[in-house]
Design a protein around this ligand. Structure first.
Ligand code: UTP
Length: 300
């Protein structure tokens, strides 16, 4: 195996406008919406940490304060819980700050995911990094990111996560043209297109919110003009890298993901996610699930 530079840092873009979730996201980042009792972005940081990435850079926007506060110590709250002897809640309050070393960079204007990633250039430097979208959850039982890091360590270049979606949904995603490798869950990505109309999509394999990216992406992003929606698209930069050799920042591989993924930036998916997570929680499920059954009977 070639000796590739290890992946140690994670970048979490959380500066989007979240227009699909207005008005809740008028003053609160969508990444802070709770999935039962934890903000979505905490699950994402937990995932990065459990893949061994303990240096996490958040790309934040105008409502960054609640994110910073969530991952910081909360002196008054901790003192109050300590005085009450409420150790369980105290440890829940302290947990986010203990997961990883958090850094922040601000994306002045939401000019697209590619631009958000470009804001990480100085922090990441010349090393490969993982990028986890702050509103996209991967079930902790499905170890996608670790597998992607393994694939990067084998092939170099960049790695995207691909999930098969119904044809009528391809226009919501970046879609890949793929070629098989000798590994069943790994493909070579030969081309990418952002949000194609259903009849023009090269496959049903959509890019979801996990990436391992070669630092060559920064130079490409600097030269990537705004694409679909007037935004600088990460997909467009990865497309350029997909056409390059390993000496030049390429290639791009895909890990075929068949596990559970939740897009919490979409209202309907958000509702499904909250219900699923609640039904999995030993402290809530015994009361919640029977209630849910009754409720479903009631509404027919
Ligand atoms: P989305 O494609 O979901 O866009 O971003 P959005 O603008 O946040 O949300 P909608 O579509 O208006 O509802 C995917 C991820 O990239 C981040 C978002 O915060 C989200 O985690 N992002 C997007 C940025 O950090 N900056 C941007 O300029 C755009």
């Amino acid at each position: 195996m070639a000796d590739f530079d290890p992946v140690t840092k994670a970048v979490v873009p959380a500066a989007g406008l979240g227009t699909r979730f207005l008005p809740a996201t008028k003053a609160t980042p969508k990444e802070m919406l709770p999935i039962v009792d934890k903000p979505a972005i905490q699950y994402v940081v937990e995932e990065a940490a459990s893949a061994g990435l303990l240096d996490v850079l958040m790309v934040t926007g105008k409502n960054k304060r609640s994110i910073e506060d969530h991952f910081d110590l909360a002196f008054e709250l901790e003192a109050a819980l300590e005085a009450k002897g409420d150790d369980e809640r105290l440890s829940q309050v302290r947990e986010p700050a203990s997961l990883a070393t958090l850094h922040y960079v601000r994306q002045g204007e939401p000019r697209g995911l590619g631009h958000a990633v470009l804001c990480a250039k100085q922090h990441v430097g010349g090393h490969p990094f993982a990028c986890l979208l702050g509103d996209d959850l991967i079930d902790h039982r499905d170890e996608l990111l670790k597998r992607m890091i393994e694939v990067r360590n084998t092939y170099g270049g960049s790695v995207v996560a691909l999930m098969e979606v119904p044809r009528e949904q391809v226009s919501l995603y970046g879609v890949a043209t793929i070629a098989p490798t000798s590994e069943e869950d790994v493909v070579r990505v030969t081309d990418l297109v952002e949000k194609p109309p259903a009849d023009e999509a090269p496959s049903n394999w959509a890019i979801i919110g996990r990436y391992v990216i070669d630092p060559a992406v920064f130079e490409v992003l600097e030269n990537t003009p705004p694409g679909r929606g007037g935004e600088i698209q990460l997909t467009d930069a990865l497309r350029t890298l997909a056409g390059r050799s390993s000496e030049d920042g390429g290639p791009v591989h895909g890990v075929l993901f068949r596990g559970r993924r939740y897009d919490t930036g979409d209202k309907l998916e958000y509702l499904r996610t909250v219900v699923r997570f609640a039904a999995d929680r030993p402290d809530l499920a015994p009361e919640f699930v029977p209630w849910l059954r009754e409720f479903l009977d009631e509404i027919g």
